[in-house]
Design a protein around this ligand. Structure first.
Ligand SMILES: Nc1ncnc2c1ncn2[C@@H]1O[C@H](COP(=O)(O)OP(=O)(O)O)[C@@H](O)[C@H]1O
Ligand SMILES: Cc1ncc(COP(=O)(O)OP(=O)(O)O)c(N)n1
Length: 269
């Protein structure tokens, strides 16, 4: 049986809602064979981050080489990349891989805990962003990347365009999860703006939404679906995951990675 393969390069979440765990659940749901390279082991749960252990850059390089020497990679994504040494080995590895690269420029967990060293942000922006086929910042991440405030929907569209034209990403999806009102995201694909809108779901259970969304985009790209359509389908996937999220843990609960199947059943009725 032939199968497309997706790789995530990211940190861990033992509570299963974010990071590598969320990515692998998403790949599995969306029928892309899931593989992972761990960057940092994070002792976190729905309430926040207790401790972080960064793997040596050499160990990240070894994992990248092990997986790419043996397995096909039809698309890959990155999440938490905490420091410059890690970024450098990833930047050195990427040119060998001819597959779409989805970069989730993870900076801060929902709890407010930082997941990337402040001094490494400039390196990420200058050296890794240009490799991204698509980058998926939330509003604070887009503000950090561009060094400017984003308030209105026009600002969001302009930010998506500038991340492509000024920072060199292939495409940019600026997410509106952190704004009031409808949950609207804007994709600039290098030539036009696409918008993706969903009802805002009244829930606190949104731990790992960004990881899940970017993993779903990766899985769809691995299956050869074009970017605007991959984002459209991933948006449906993450919206369903939030709508049917779980009241687990004492903080912001995790999303439900199999919820899209429940939604599909509803559509058929
Ligand atoms: N309460 C919500 N209801 C519906 N969609 C949401 C909600 N919160 C976030 N989203 C959507 O989830 C996706 C992830 O966005 P966001 O929460 O901004 O990312 P991150 O987890 O990286 O901060 C986006 O499509 C966003 O519009
Ligand atoms: C290991 C790890 N990576 C990323 C995040 C942040 O995930 P995100 O999807 O942005 O979700 P929230 O921070 O909104 O929960 C993380 N917490 N851990």
């Amino acid at each position: 049986m032939s199968i497309q393969c997706s790789l995530t390069i990211a940190g861990t979440d033992p509570s299963g809602g974010a990071g590598i765990q969320a990515d692998l659940k998403t790949f599995q749901e969306l029928k892309s064979y899931g593989m992972s390279v761990v960057t940092s082991v994070v002792a976190q749960n729905t309430t926040g981050v207790n401790a972080v252990h960064h793997l040596p850059a050499e160990m990240i390089q070894q994992q990248l080489e092990a997986v790419s020497a043996d397995m096909p990679i039809d698309a890959f994504k990155s999440g938490m990349i905490a420091d410059k040494d890690m970024m450098k080995v990833i930047a050195d590895w990427i040119p060998q891989i001819s597959a779409p690269y989805v970069m989730d420029p993870v900076m801060v967990a929902q709890s407010g805990d930082p997941l990337i060293e402040a001094e490494s942000r400039a390196w990420l922006r200058e050296h890794l962003v240009p490799f991204a086929s698509v980058i998926t910042p939330n509003l604070p991440e887009a503000e950090d990347l561009l060094g400017q405030q984003i308030e209105t929907t026009d600002d969001m569209k302009e930010a998506a365009e500038q991340i492509v034209t000024k920072l060199g990403a292939g495409a940019a999806l600026v997410k509106g999860g952190h704004r009031d009102g409808e949950a609207v995201d804007y994709l600039f694909d290098g030539s036009k703006i696409h918008s993706y809108s969903a009802e805002r779901i009244a829930t606190n259970n949104t731990h790992g939404t960004g990881c899940t969304y970017s993993a779903a985009i990766t899985a769809y790209l691995s299956r050869g679906i074009d970017l605007p359509r991959a984002v459209e389908k991933a948006k449906q996937f993450v919206t369903a995951a939030i709508k049917h999220s779980f009241d687990l843990g004492k903080g912001s609960g995790p999303t439900n990675h199999w919820a899209w199947k429940e939604e599909v059943k509803q559509w058929k009725k």
